[in-house]
Structures are given as structure tokens and as C-alpha cells.
Design a protein around this ligand. Structure first.
Ligand code: ADP
Ligand code: ADP
Length: 228
């Protein structure tokens, strides 16, 4: 069964812009799906709707395998990574990554272990005491990824996470992300307009067509490179 199921999702903003029109998509657990398409074709809108950050105008978003709370909302167990690392500048790397655990009420002792584990995974354990301004753009992005995985989500949603980074940093982060995906077994939905990135990273590419946004082409791909 899919972990996320979009059925005929349409979104018209109050401005009258039709961002999505009849988008249907099943995301299998453990898959790495890229949403690829030109600017303005509705990729971010689709991702935000998946995340529950916006409601569709019509159509449905289901999480068939998730538990539901008393009001019927699915427990999404997602983390969202944006293009701009939204780190708190006044807090250390450690405290930035710790915050989501604190919000969940996880004890400080357990949280510390998990924060260091997450920082270790992204190669930043040595920088736990540093402040965001002391880090490069790529390192800040790795902190964001650590913060996203520290809660052990089932699904990682990423909206053009590496677009602002230089090409070499971007390529390194692609490899880090692939490695994490393989070790971790989560489901990733990754928005990009880079054909290279989508082919390199994902096992499925969903190409979206602009005006109005819907699936244009849906391809399963065999990884062209040995992974990991
Ligand atoms: P993409 O991520 O593929 O670049 P978006 O989902 O950001 O596309 O946007 C799809 C279309 O919807 C664009 O025309 C965009 O300008 C418009 N749009 C996105 N968000 C809003 C909003 N909050 N209000 C009005 N129009 C929006
Ligand atoms: P991305 O490049 O990640 O697709 P955008 O730069 O298009 O995102 O949009 C950034 C933010 O602005 C999003 O939250 C989106 O919903 C909002 N937005 C985008 N286009 C419009 C618009 N035409 N009117 C109002 N808000 C918009």
C-alpha cells in the first residue's frame, strides 16, 4: 500500500492562479520520488499539500498506512527541508537540532544521544557547539537535514533543498542524502528542477507539466550508478 496517496488534487489560489489540476500520485514506502518540472508548475504547492501546510481546493490526500488521531487526522510523521536553512542564529548547532525533540517532550538524556547521532550522520558532530554563522552554506544545509531526521520521520519532504548551493557542495550533499536514504529506509519526496539531480538521486521521477499542474510523465528508473 502507498504511504501517500493523492487523488485528483487541484489547487486554485484566491488570486485565481490554478497551481494544480487533477494531480494523482501514489508514493510507495521507501521510495525516493523526484518531482521534476519547470518553475511554476506546482511542485511546491503539491509538496505543501502533502505536508498538510495547505489544503487542496478539491481532491484528496490520504496516508493509508498511518494511524489517525481522534479527529481523524493522519499521523504524518514527516519532516520538511526547505531551500533556505531556517536555523535559529542565536542557538548552537546542537540546540537547533535538539529543538524538535524538545517540542516532542523527549527527555534531555535521550535527546542528547539522538542529536549527536544525527549530527554524526551528516558529518557535523565536531560542530555541535558552533553557531550557524560560523558554518558554510553546505554545512547549514547538513544541520537542517540532521534536524529533519532527528525525529526519525517516515517521510522526508524536500523543496529544492540544494538549489542555493554551489555545484560541488550540491553534488556532495546529493551523495550524503543518497547514503542516508539507503541506511535509513525512509520515503523521500524531493522537488527539483534539475534533471541531473532527479536522475542521480531517485528511483522514480514524476515530471509535472505547467499550466495547470498535473503529472506529465511518471518513470521508474534503475539507478544508473552503483549507490552507496
Ligand atoms: P513550483 O514549485 O513548481 O515552482 P509553485 O507550486 O510554487 O510551483 O507555484 C505554482 C503556481 O502557483 C505558480 O504560478 C505560483 O506563482 C502560484 N502560487 C504559488 N503559491 C501561491 C500563493 N500562495 N498564492 C498565489 N499563487 C501562488
Ligand atoms: P519555489 O521556488 O520553492 O517553488 P516560490 O519562490 O515560487 O517557491 O514561492 C515561495 C513562497 O511564496 C511559497 O510559500 C509560495 O507559496 C509563495 N508564492 C509563490 N508564488 C506566489 C504568488 N504568485 N503569490 C503569492 N505567493 C506566492
Amino acid at each position: 500500500r502507498p504511504i501517500i496517496r493523492l487523488r485528483n488534487v487541484s489547487k486554485t489560489f484566491s488570486s485565481g492562479t490554478v497551481a494544480l489540476s487533477g494531480l494523482s500520485l501514489d508514493v510507495a514506502p521507501g521510495s525516493f520520488v523526484s518531482l521534476l518540472g519547470p518553475s511554476g508548475c506546482g511542485k511546491s504547492t503539491a509538496l505543501r499539500i502533502i505536508a498538510g501546510l495547505g489544503d487542496p481546493t478539491s481532491g484528496t490526500v490520504e496516508w493509508p498506512t498511518s494511524k489517525h488521531d481522534s479527529s481523524g487526522r493522519p499521523e504524518r510523521e514527516i519532516s520538511f527541508v526547505f531551500q533556505e536553512p531556517t536555523l535559529m542564529p542565536w542557538a548552537t548547532v546542537f540546540r537547533n537540532v535538539w529543538l524538535p525533540l524538545r517540542l516532542k517532550g523527549i527527555s534531555k538524556a535521550e535527546a542528547s544521544g539522538r542529536v549527536m547521532e544525527a549530527l554524526d550522520l551528516v558529518g557535523l558532530a565536531k560542530f555541535a557547539g558552533a553557531y550557524p554563522r560560523e558554518l558554510s552554506g553546505g554545512m547549514k544545509m547538513r544541520v537542517s537535514i540532521a534536524r529533519a531526521l532527528v525525529t526519525r520521520p517516515k517521510v522526508l519532504l524536500m523543496d529544492e533543498p540544494f538549489a542555493a548551493l554551489d555545484e560541488i557542495t550540491r553534488f556532495k550533499l546529493n551523495n550524503d542524502l543518497l547514503h542516508l536514504w539507503e541506511t535509513y529506509g525512509w520515503t523521500v519526496v524531493f522537488v527539483t528542477h534539475s534533471v541531473f539531480e532527479s536522475v542521480y538521486l531517485s528511483d522514480r521521477i514524476v515530471v509535472m507539466a505547467a499550466r495547470p499542474g498535473r503529472v506529465f510523465e511518471d518513470m521508474a528508473i534503475d539507478a544508473p550508478y552503483p549507490r552507496g
